[in-house]
Design a protein around this ligand. Structure first.
Ligand SMILES: N[C@@H](CCC(=O)N[C@@H](CS)C(=O)NCC(=O)O)C(=O)O
Length: 223
């Protein structure tokens, strides 16, 4: 990743009045979607401030930025607010990605990175649906088969990624850092926290994401 080149090009973009303002990331890093954006901003060397709001704990404030009431939201230097991690990282790639964006711009490389990212973000959604069933419904209405099915879907997605990993490679795809790695790190962590035994069931994914998570660009947003 040519971080220095990318920084220079991002600083010289836009009218002078934009350059003094800092982007604002809304959301807590225990949200894998928010953390994915925080890591992406770090990798691109973009300065930002973070307001650690939670979708459930700070409903009114979150809804003021995103009518849907979800984190993350990213308030740009211009004052425009972006919502949804996919749309936010797509914007960051466009503005800061130069000729090596975290999601390649075209072709088979783009498709495979998007596929891994979709599997990993989908696994996060399934883990969270399972958590919400336990956290947001009265105990007598919690339906364990639904929780089990959600967790099985998440585990299947992680297993599909496990099968793609070459342990000799430092990154998941393309021999370089991509959005596939970013999403794998946040998804593996959430899955493990929700009881999926990645040590025994997805050892290559566990090893790769542990190594990546040690890097400062990932560590700085460790929840
Ligand atoms: N597809 C969205 C998912 C965002 C999401 O589900 N965020 C959760 C926190 S991890 C949230 O704010 N949930 C509150 C709610 O759905 O009411 C993204 O990628 O940003």
């Amino acid at each position: 990743m040519q971080i220095d080149d990318i920084r220079i090009s991002s600083l010289s973009a836009g009218p002078a009045s934009w350059r003094d303002r800092t982007m604002l990331l809304i959301g807590v890093n225990r949200s894998p979607f928010t953390r994915r954006v925080a890591i992406t901003l770090n990798i691109y060397g973009v300065a930002f401030e973070q307001r650690p709001l939670s979708g459930f704990g700070n409903r009114a404030e979150v809804r003021a930025s995103n009518p849907l009431g979800r984190i993350p939201a990213l308030v740009l230097d211009s004052g425009e607010t972006l919502i949804d991690s996919d749309a936010i990282v797509d914007h960051l790639d466009e503005i800061h990605g130069g000729d090596r964006p975290l999601t390649p711009r075209y072709g088979a490389d783009r498709r495979v990175v998007l596929k891994v990212a979709a599997l990993m973000m989908g696994a996060c959604e399934k883990c969270l649906h399972a958590a919400y069933e336990g956290n947001h419904r009265p105990p007598e209405k919690v339906h364990q088969p639904w929780i089990d099915d959600c967790m099985a879907q998440a585990a299947n997605a992680l297993s599909a990624i496990e099968a793609m990993i070459d342990p000799k490679q430092p990154y998941l795809l393309l021999g370089r850092l991509t959005q596939a790695d970013v999403t794998a790190v946040v998804a593996e962590r959430l899955a493990r926290a929700r009881g999926i035994n990645t040590d025994s069931d997805m050892p290559k994914l566990r090893a790769l994401t542990s190594k990546l998570a040690e890097q400062p660009l990932f560590q700085v947003s460790e929840p």
